[in-house]
Design a protein around this ligand. Structure first.
Ligand code: FAD
Ligand code: NAD
Length: 490
């Protein structure tokens, strides 16, 4: 087992000439920077190297900028419903994409500056450049200008993430054909947008741009949108697409694209769809190409992801990896947890893994969808004696008050032990409500922990408490099915 004595005590200062680090983290995304900070907290002398922007995809081109745009689109959705809330009069709204992007950039800048500050405050050294391994203890760092230097370390964590995947014959030009990175910085809204791929990115972008007034067409090669999600979630999202006017074509592949006045997308069923711009959202490719891992004997999987053991070790005793670069659940909170766990495993005496069954998944559609743990079907397939409880948002006081009644919470429980196996929420604030399910599964709690914990009133959390009660048919705000006589003959 790899163990080393840490060079640094928390309060030590280092003279510049000491170039040997305890830990070099490669990539300063949401996997890398927490790993570097945890390393420093554990007393290691840490260098983090980033070839582009600190904060990586999540802060600069992913979670945060998309949610900043989503916030604008939701504000606009709200304005269309003023009458429902007893407000009348004329509100003149024009969509200024430049200002929307400026707001997004301000939010990103503040968060990126925050990460720079955190790294500095923990004594982590930051260098700019692309890293390539020269040996298991030595890397070359090449700056954008081409200058290079070497650095040595006892241990490494690779956190180089992923980038937008392409489609053969469809070359993003940043103007008419865009990646998910590029669409976040457009200065004018297209009238018509085609999105190739209705996975998570395609779906989230479709709702954002539709709310901003764009005519959106989604093209998906599989039979349903969000094909890697539960069928029920796909069905509910398809219904929402229809409701807001997002056009969806499934089981179609792009044959070729012509760019003239319009962008014409020719499909394999001989249909042609025209738009002003096209977004390609067909998945991610793993960033392992320039690391020089082959010479070290680090194994890569089919998608070029780094193969690691449950403790995030690559098979080379002093080299660990975390985040999108190891494939699996390519999510920010997963990268974060893997990063701090990998740092502790590399530097500490105890090895830990992660309970992926307790990782929540959130889709920022309209309404939101979120899940954690097993679905009812999966739990049955695994042989559990399943019991479920369901509670609709429309029975919640808060949902009524805010006119947000389109949603449902479902809990999946092992009938033998009463342990919570899964939770699934579709509806406003689903991405927050799911935290209760993650807490229950992570801590192996029974469904009674959900029904016995009193939720404040009025909140959406009450739906979780009531869904848990519904497992025993005891939800207070769920009517019993009445006989004709009981219902007064109606
Ligand atoms: P990254 O964030 O990709 O960071 C890797 C860093 O390594 C990059 O900064 C890169 O420049 C650097 N790097 C690469 N190669 C080298 C090298 N050789 N030398 C030095 N540096 C290098 N996830 C969620 O959980 N919730 C969301 O709402 C969400 N929304 C998303 C929306 C979009 C549009 C996208 C694209 C992704 C979204 N994700 C979301 C996914 C999430 O962003 C990623 O899972 C997460 O950023 C992965 O973090 P990471 O640190 O592993 O990799
Ligand atoms: P994805 O794998 O979720 O979806 C890609 C979609 O494109 C799939 O539905 C696929 O069938 C379709 N597709 C592939 N090739 C196609 C073709 N030739 N023609 C038509 N359709 C095609 O990938 P993504 O949407 O790019 O997202 C990448 C990752 O980013 C996700 O896996 C997710 O982990 C992460 N992400 C997470 C969130 C979130 O947590 N809210 C948000 C955005 C992204």
């Amino acid at each position: 087992m790899f163990r080393f004595l840490l060079t640094r005590k928390k309060t030590d200062c280092y003279p510049e000439f000491v170039s040997m680090y305890d830990l070099i983290v490669i990539g300063a995304g949401i996997g890398g920077y927490p790993a570097a900070i945890r390393g420093a907290q554990l007393g290691a002398k840490v260098l983090i190297v980033e070839k582009a922007e600190v904060g990586g995809t999540c802060l600069n081109r992913g979670c945060i900028p998309t949610k900043a745009l989503k916030a604008t689109s939701e504000m606009l959705d709200g304005l269309h419903r003023l009458g429902e809330f007893g407000l009348s009069g004329r509100v003149e709204v024009s969509v200024d994409m430049n200002k929307i992007v400026q707001r997004k950039n301000r939010i990103v800048d503040e968060l990126v500056k925050g990460v720079h500050f955190l790294l500095r405050s923990q004594g982590v050294t930051l260098k700019s450049g692309a890293v390539t391994f020269l040996s298991k203890n030595k890397v070359r760092i090449t700056s954008r200008g081409g200058a290079s230097e070497t650095a040595e370390s006892k241990g490494f964590i690779i956190a180089t993430g992923s980038s937008p995947a392409g489609l053969p014959g469809v070359e993003p030009d940043g103007s008419r054909i865009l990646t998910s990175d590029q669409i976040l910085d457009i200065d004018t809204l297209p009238k018509r947008l085609i999105i190739i791929g209705s996975g998570v990115i395609g779906t989230e972008m479709a709702f954002i741009f539709r709310s901003l007034g764009v005519d959106v067409t989604l093209l998906e090669m599989m039979p349903r949108p969000l094909p890697s999600e539960e069928e029920e979630i796909s069905r509910l999202i398809s219904r929402s697409f229809k409701k807001v006017g997002i056009k969806l074509k499934t089981q179609v592949r792009v044959a070729r694209i012509d760019i003239r006045d319009d962008v014409s997308v020719y499909l394999d069923n001989n249909e042609v769809v025209n738009a002003d711009r096209v977004l390609v959202a067909v998945g991610r490719k793993i960033n392992t190409g320039e690391l020089g891992l082959g010479a070290l004997g680090i194994k890569l999987g089919k998608q070029h992801e780094i193969m690691v053991d449950p403790f995030f070790n690559t098979g080379i005793d002093n080299i660990y990896a975390c985040g999108d670069v190891i494939g699996g659940m390519m999510l920010a909170h997963v990268a974060y947890k893997e990063g701090i766990t990998a740092a502790a495993n590399l530097l500490g005496s105890e090895k830990r893994s992660i309970n992926y069954r307790a990782i929540p998944y959130a889709i920022y559609s309209s309404p939101e969808a979120a899940s954690v743990g097993l679905t009812e079907g999966k739990a049955r397939d695994m042989g559990f004696e399943v019991r479920t409880g369901v509670f609709p948002y429309r029975a919640l006081g808060k949902a009524r008050a805010y006119s947000e009644t389109d949603g449902v919470v479902k809990v999946v429980v092992d009938g033998d032990t009463q342990k919570v196996l899964g939770m699934h929420v579709v509806g406003p604030h689903a991405t927050d409500a799911i935290a209760q399910g993650a807490m229950a599964i992570q801590n192996d709690l029974t469904v009674r922990s959900l029904s016995d914990t009193v939720a404040a009133h009025p909140t959406y959390a009450e739906a979780v408490m009531e869904a848990a009660e519904d497992v025993f048919s005891r939800a207070i705000h769920q009517p019993r099915i009445m006989t004709k006589e009981q219902s007064g003959g109606n």
